[in-house]
Design a protein around this ligand. Structure first.
Ligand code: GLN
Length: 492
């Protein structure tokens, strides 16, 4: 079969179960595509063909022995922020260029236990700081829809790999939009779960109170399959919640769009910098949901203007603390010929971290310093609570909240926006992380340059099933999610 990469996760699962193809054939098919096509997309930092084929053979053997489950033998690729035993984990940084983790992240371990086959590790902005994936030490990744544009970030490698059919689905992480924005830029479905739904164990930390792993795929259905693997309590992560996990696949038809109250925050559609095409596509998708029986309710989210300043104090503050461990002593990059310990620390960190990471360490250290802690960090925490309350109040009258995922479509590679311009692009995603809420991106059309536009739906705590279900209903009657970039149509 030459078009295995066109099959959905459910079709892959059924094809494997019916012995239409083996996991080895499927895995070889993807490896061949990666060899041929990824030279242009550059979505992978590391490809692991030997491991993948060994896992595929083991999956085929297990299946013959009758021990297979629903995803046994299906390939996946992981964002290079998830630790993988025996395979390099870089987090997009030079400082971890030689780092091989002694253990698997819980998400990776769960994937293996479910029989998933590891194709490799995907490019990302260094330590997940960025919105373009250009902040990677390993070079920029291209957007499959237009190779001169970025795939978004920080999970840009994950988005590009799936959009170019170089992996059937992928893991991503979202601290301030890094699943939803690249999903939006690449025409994919991506879910950022409630904080605490997915284990952060072995996921290299950026801002621990905001970080959350989640699935990136073509459709809500594909995401649901991966959520069934990723979600759940983990004793190794004290912030993961001990709460029943839904069967996200079984629940895909449980929420009806009929009667669904969708909140439309008036502040969100007046944001300076919201591109006309984005606004138009998002409004058309809302009209479609209305035709399907939803009610659109105008709501107020009064804290909108404080999102960017609040996030860009809290996230760098936590980052500056988390990144202290990269000191050139225990693991990772170490500078040449240090004259003393101070010189070792300073030069290892200056040479090992890129510009954006250093900027955030400086901002965060400043915000946490004795003289400024109350004025910046404590103040930001108070505003964070107000942002959360704003959402909770809104959820008293609506079921979900709609927004663009990003104010624009994908930037050009090398556009070189100033840090503040770049940060303002996060306006629609970061409040969700500050509040710890779940949110999903769904593709809803294209701009005049044929770049994808995304609709974001934000749900109340633990409403992942509902979000997946609403998008699934939408995807039953629309075909944006099945459209493919030209490069994905190429055969290897
Ligand atoms: N773009 C945001 C940032 O640079 C979000 C990144 C993320 O979610 N990891 O921090």
């Amino acid at each position: 079969m030459t078009d295995l990469h066109r099959l959905s996760i459910r079709e892959l699962s059924e094809g494997l179960a019916n012995a239409q193809f083996s996991s080895r054939e499927l895995t070889e098919h993807y490896l061949k595509r990666i060899t041929k096509i990824d030279a242009q997309v550059k979505s992978y930092v590391t490809v692991t063909p030997e491991l993948a084929l060994a896992e595929a053979d083991a999956a085929d053997t297990l299946r013959k022995a009758g021990g297979a489950n629903v995803l046994t033998g299906v390939p996946i690729a992981h964002k290079d922020i998830f630790c993988t035993q025996g395979i390099k984990t870089t987090a997009g940084s030079k400082i971890l260029d030689n780092f091989i983790s002694p253990y698997d992240a819980t998400v990776v371990a769960k994937g293996k236990a479910s029989g998933l086959v590891t194709l490799g590790k995907l490019n990302m902005d260094e330590f997940a700081m960025g919105s373009t994936s250009e902040n990677s030490y390993y070079g920029a990744t291209a957007n499959p829809w237009n190779l001169n544009h970025v795939p978004g970030g920080s999970s840009g490698g994950s988005a590009a790999a799936v959009a170019a059919d170089l992996a059937p689905f992928a893991t991503g992480t979202d601290t301030g939009g890094s699943i939803r924005q690249p999903a939006s830029f690449c025409g994919l479905t991506g879910l950022k779960p409630t904080y605490g739904r997915v284990s952060r164990f072995g996921m290299i930390a950026y801002a621990s109170s905001l970080d959350q792993g989640g699935p990136m795929a073509r459709s809500a259905e594909d995401c649901a399959y991966l959520m069934n693997v990723m979600a759940g309590h983990d004793a190794k992560d004290s912030t993961s919640m001990n709460q029943t996990v839904d069967n996200y696949v079984a629940n895909l038809n449980d929420t009806s769009v009929k009667g669904l109250r969708i909140g439309i925050p008036k502040q969100y559609f007046n944001v300076a910098g919201l591109a006309e095409d984005v606004k138009a596509r998002v409004e058309e998708s809302l009209k479609k949901l209305e035709d399907m029986g939803a009610t659109l309710v105008e709501i107020d989210l009064n804290m909108t203007e404080s999102y960017v300043p609040t996030y860009y104090l809290i996230a760098p503050a936590e980052a500056s603390s988390n990144l202290q461990r990269f000191d050139g002593v225990r693991y990772g990059y170490r500078c040449e010929n240090p004259v003393d310990l101070m010189d070792l620390y300073k030069r290892s960190r200056s040479e090992g971290f890129g510009k954006e990471v250093q900027r955030r360490i400086l901002i965060g250290t400043y915000a946490l310093s004795a003289g400024y802690y109350d004025a910046y960090y404590v103040k930001a925490q108070k505003v964070r609570r107000l942002i959360q309350q704003d959402f909770l109040k809104a959820f008293e009258s609506v079921d979900v909240i709609a927004a663009p995922a990003a104010p624009t479509t994908a930037y050009k590679i090398g556009a070189n926006l100033s840090p503040v311009e770049m940060y303002l692009g996060d306006i629609y995603t970061i409040a969700v992380n500050l509040a710890g809420l779940p949110a999903i991106n769904a593709p809803v059309g294209f701009d005049q340059n044929n770049l994808p536009v995304g609709l974001q739906l934000i749900g109340n705590y633990w409403s992942e099933s509902q979000l997946l279900s609403v998008v699934h209903q939408y995807q039953q009657v629309t075909d944006w999610h099945t459209q493919r970039a030209a490069i994905a149509e190429e055969n290897a």
